[in-house]
Design a binder for this molecule. Structure first.
Ligand code: NAD
Ligand code: DAU
Length: 334
């Protein structure tokens, strides 16, 4: 099966490529990636020679048309993915997430190619801390940030192309991923690399916001389950019952790294900061037989800390610029 992986040099996409090469020798992989600040060929180290890597933009209709025409399956990860960046400059999010998805949809429509769209639980907005509810496939869309609204828009384009043009597509909405090769702008790698550098972790606001953590390999195994067995036209939520508040993540991380659990700073909160995400993945588990393989968030976190300790060459080049960007907009709150 010839598979085009958009955003295959980013965090989740590169892990998808490595997982695919390790478990599915019959799959031929082509990565299409613009290699923005968030994408790097170094994330595909070890895969060279086994895959084709095309440096290009998903909004480039001519390029996309040619690559889609040569494929049996498109797995669409490419996106601008960071909420904080979307608050500073929303345009790249509209361009890549909306226009880019549109460009891919038109190509899969022309060539009749199977499409899987990777999306986020953030399209559903947020939940109160004391609300027993979790997101399901029936939860109405209510995104909060420029990032999540452009992901919601891209999901709606896929749904419209399904109904109006009968393309062969599925959608998945996943919760917060962690694991190797995640950019140091994101919460967990930012704090791990701060601690390695002897700096204090930075917690937004009161630190009580809850995220529903899933290891990136469990996410990607779910993506393959949907491609293999999912019903065309349907949406599946992916989550591993991993709800933890940010303060607890920082405590655990400091303990695992041999530091005092209270050795962190509170910093300026993110405007519009979503309070809580929580996924009900019953459909994926009962209909497609998927379940997470990582035994616990704490064990996955320990493995992730080890990865960043062992792979400083990978993250060091991006660390200073990322912290400088944060320092311009965030300050420590006493
Ligand atoms: P990432 O930012 O690490 O990687 C995005 C990749 O897309 C990069 O390699 C980048 O170079 C590429 N890209 C960006 N704009 C492009 C363009 N115009 N053309 C071609 N390539 C382009 O993101 P990630 O965290 O790996 O997220 C991947 C997907 O998963 C996104 O669609 C995101 O919305 C979704 N998602 C992420 C999470 C999470 O926790 N990270 C959770 C659920 C869903
Ligand atoms: O829910 C899925 C989403 O998860 C994905 O769609 C996004 O692409 C992905 O970036 C992630 O979004 P979040 O905004 O939840 O992730 P982030 O890593 O930016 O932040 C996680 C939580 O940690 C959030 O409550 C904000 C907080 N935070 C973040 C940073 C970077 C801090 O407290 N300190 C920080 O330094």
């Amino acid at each position: 099966m010839r598979t085009l992986v958009t955003g295959g040099a980013g965090f989740i996409g590169s892990n998808f490529v490595h997982l695919t090469l390790a478990t599915r020798p019959e799959v031929e992989v082509t990565v299409l990636d613009a290699m923005t600040y968030a994408g790097s060929e170094t994330s595909l180290a070890g895969a060279e020679g086994q895959i084709d890597i095309v440096r290009g933009d998903i909004t480039d209709a001519e390029l996309v048309d040619r690559l889609v025409a040569e494929s049996d399956l498109v797995v669409h990860f490419a996106a601008e993915s960071h909420n904080d960046n979307s608050l500073a400059d929303p345009w790249p999010f509209v361009h890549t997430n909306v226009v880019g998805t549109y460009t891919l949809l038109e190509a899969v429509r022309r060539h009749g190619v199977r499409f899987h769209h990777i999306s986020t639980d953030e399209v559903y907005g947020d939940l109160e801390l004391d609300d027993p509810a979790r997101f399901t496939e029936a939860t109405p869309y209510n995104p909060s940030s420029p990032y999540s609204s452009t992901k919601g828009a891209s999901d709606l384009l896929v749904r419209a192309w399904l109904r109006s043009f009968g393309i062969a597509a599925t959608i998945s909405n996943c919760s917060n991923n962690y694991g190797p090769r995640q950019h140091v702008e994101k919460f967990i790698p930012r704090q791990i690399t701060n601690v390695i550098d002897g700096a204090r972790p930075k917690l937004y606001g009161d630190g009580l916001n809850v995220r529903d953590w899933i290891h990136v390999d469990d996410h990607n195994r779910a993506v393959w389950a949907i491609i293999d067995k999912g019903e065309i036209g349907e949406t599946y939520l992916i989550g591993a019952d991993g709800e933890v508040d940010n303060k607890t993540v920082v405590h655990d991380l400091l303990e695992l790294m041999g530091r005092d659990a209270d050795d962190y700073d509170h910093v300026t909160d993110r405007p519009g900061h979503d309070r809580r995400y929580a996924i009900d993945s019953t459909r994926l588990r009962t209909e497609l037989g998927w379940q997470p393989e990582y035994p616990s968030f704490r064990e996955g976190l320990a493995a992730t800390i080890e990865w960043y300790r062992d792979n400083e060459d990978w993250w060091r080049p991006m660390k200073d610029a990322t912290e400088a960007k944060y320092a311009a907009v965030q300050s420590v709150v006493p």
